[in-house]
Design a protein around this ligand. Structure first.
Ligand SMILES: Cc1cc2nc3c(=O)[nH]c(=O)nc-3n(C[C@H](O)[C@H](O)[C@H](O)COP(=O)(O)O)c2cc1C
Length: 434
C-alpha cells in the first residue's frame, strides 16, 4: 500500500486511440465521433473508475489537408458536448476548453457557468491561448505568445469577476416574501482594461460558492507565470520524468511566489498509453498505429519546431547539436519546440528514431508501451519521485487499449493505494482536494 497522496486522473474525450491507423480497425466505432453516445460510453467508464474528470481539448480551425488521414481537428464544440455528457453522468468532473484569444470573456463565463448548473457543479475550464485559427476571427495574424498570455491573464480576471458578480446567495426564490432575488447582492464589475471592457454583472447566478477549477496548458516562461497565478491544475507535455520534475518543482515554486500554496497547483502530464496483454502485443499495437504515418507532415512539424529541414536526410544518420540551427524566433508552441530540441540534444537520434519520438508523433507526452503491470510500475515510480500529481490519460492504438486503461489499469492503481476507491464529494472542485 502506498503512503503517497492519491493521484488525480483525467481522461481525454478526444479519441486519441483513433489517431494514426487506429480509426481503420473494424471495431474502432469511428462513425460515432460526432455523436453523444460515443462520448457518454467513455465518460461512464471513466466515472465507474472514479476518475476526477473527463476532458475535451479544442481548436477553432480545420486542418483541411490532414483530413485525408484523420479527423483533422474536426470536433463537436466541447462545452455543448459536455452538456450532453452531464445528463448521463452524476459525479465525474467535466473539463471544457475555451480559448482566451478568440472568445469574448462574457460568453466563456456564461457557458462554463451554464455547464456548471447543468452538471450540478462539475464544470471546469481549460484555459488555452490557442495555436492557430486567427483567420476565423478577423485577425491578420496570430498574436505573439506574450501578447496572448497578457490577454489570457486579463480575460481570466474578467471571467472570475463575472462569476462573482451574481453570487448564489443573491438568488432568494422566497415564495413567502415574494422576493425572487436580492439586487443589492448583485454588482457590476465595471472592467476597463487593455483588452476588454465589460460592465457586468453576469446574467446567470453562480451555481455555488465552490470555485470552478481552472486548468492551463502551455509551459513557456510566460505560460508558467500565468499558470502559477491562477491554475488549479496544469496539463503538461513531459516525455520523460526529468522534464516533469523540472516543470512541477518550478510551478510549485512560482505558485508560492504568487502567494499561493505549492499544493494549490497540480501537475498533470498527458500520458499516452499503448497497453496490451503482453509487451510484444503492445509494441505491435504501437508499430501498427504509426505505420504509414504521414512523413511529409512529420518533416513539416520538425522543421516548424526546430528550423531543421530533414527532407533529404538519410534515415540512419544521427542528428547532433551541431546540426541544429538556432531556435526559431516564432514557433506555434514554445513548449513543444523546446521539448523537441531537448530530445535531439540528449539522444542524437536518427531521422527514423525522431519520427517515433513522442515529441513528433504524440504532442510530446509521456508514453508507456507495455502491459498494465508495466504502466502501474512506471506511474508509481513517477509519483514516488515527486514528478506528478496525477495525469491525463490519452490511450493510443485501439478501443481495447482505451478499455484496458479505464477498466483495468485504474482499478489496479486503486488497489495499489495510488488512487481513490470512491468519490467523497460531488463537485469537480472537491475531487481535486486531498
Ligand atoms: C499539453 C498542452 C495542451 C494544449 N492544448 C490545447 C488545446 O486543446 N487547444 C488549443 O487551442 N491550444 C492548446 N495548447 C496550446 C496552448 O494553449 C498555448 O497556446 C501554446 O502551448 C503556446 O504557449 P507556450 O509557448 O507556453 O507553449 C496546448 C498546449 C500544451 C502544452
Amino acid at each position: 500500500m502506498s503512503t503517497l497522496k492519491p493521484l488525480h486522473i483525467g481522461m481525454t474525450l478526444a479519441p486519441t486511440w483513433l489517431n494514426g491507423a487506429g480509426w481503420r480497425r473494424p471495431d474502432s466505432q469511428v462513425e460515432g465521433i460526432f455523436s453523444a453516445a460515443f462520448h457518454v460510453d467513455i465518460a461512464r467508464r471513466a466515472e465507474a473508475a472514479k476518475l476526477d474528470f473527463v476532458f475535451r481539448p479544442d481548436t477553432l480551425f480545420l486542418n483541411t489537408p490532414a483530413l485525408e488521414q484523420g479527423s483533422a481537428f474536426a470536433a463537436l464544440d466541447p462545452t455543448v458536448l459536455l452538456t450532453a455528457v452531464a445528463q448521463e453522468t452524476t459525479r465525474i468532473g467535466l473539463l471544457s476548453t475555451m480559448s482566451t484569444t478568440f472568445y469574448p470573456p462574457y460568453v466563456v463565463a456564461r457557458q462554463i457557468q451554464s455547464l456548471n448548473w447543468l452538471s450540478n457543479g462539475r464544470a471546469g475550464w481549460n484555459i488555452v491561448t490557442a495555436l492557430e485559427g486567427h483567420a476565423n476571427f478577423g485577425l491578420a495574424s496570430m498574436p505573439s505568445a506574450d501578447e496572448r498570455y497578457a490577454q489570457a491573464a486579463e480575460f481570466t480576471d474578467v471571467v472570475r469577476a463575472l462569476w462573482g458578480s451574481y453570487p448564489r446567495s443573491a438568488l432568494l426564490t422566497d415564495r413567502a416574501t415574494g422576493r425572487h432575488g436580492d439586487p443589492a447582492r448583485v454588482h457590476p464589475i465595471d472592467h476597463e482594461g487593455r483588452f476588454f471592457q465589460v460592465k457586468g454583472p453576469l446574467n446567470l447566478p453562480a451555481f455555488s460558492d465552490a470555485p470552478i477549477p481552472l486548468v492551463q496548458a502551455g509551459a513557456s516562461p510566460a505560460g508558467r507565470a500565468f499558470a502559477a497565478s491562477v491554475a488549479d491544475a496544469v496539463f503538461i507535455s513531459a516525455p520523460d520524468r526529468e522534464a516533469a520534475l523540472e516543470v512541477r518543482s518550478d510551478l510549485r515554486r512560482r505558485a508560492e511566489a504568487a502567494g499561493r500554496k505549492a499544493g494549490d497547483i497540480r501537475i498533470l502530464p498527458g500520458l499516452s498509453l499503448y497497453l496490451a496483454p503482453s509487451r510484444a502485443e503492445a509494441q505491435a499495437l504501437f508499430a501498427e498505429t504509426h505505420a504509414g504515418a504521414d512523413i511529409a507532415r512529420k518533416l513539416a512539424i520538425i522543421c516548424e519546431m526546430t528550423g531543421l529541414d530533414l527532407s533529404d536526410w538519410p534515415d540512419d544518420r544521427p542528428i547532433s547539436a551541431t546540426d541544429l540551427p538556432p531556435p526559431p524566433e516564432r514557433v506555434r508552441s514554445r513548449t513543444h519546440s523546446d521539448l523537441l530540441r531537448r530530445a535531439i540534444l540528449r539522444e542524437t537520434p536518427t531521422r527514423a528514431d525522431l519520427f517515433l519520438r513522442p515529441e513528433v508523433a504524440g504532442s510530446g507526452h509521456w508514453q508507456i508501451i507495455g502491459t498494465v503491470e508495466d504502466a502501474l510500475a512506471e506511474i508509481r515510480a513517477w509519483a514516488e519521485a515527486g514528478a506528478i500529481d496525477g495525469f491525463i490519460a490519452t490511450p493510443g492504438g485501439s478501443v481495447d487499449c482505451m478499455h484496458l486503461v479505464l477498466d483495468d489499469l485504474v482499478p489496479r492503481l486503486t488497489e495499489a493505494g495510488l488512487f481513490r476507491k470512491d468519490y467523497t464529494g460531488t463537485t469537480f472542485f472537491e475531487h481535486l482536494q486531498g
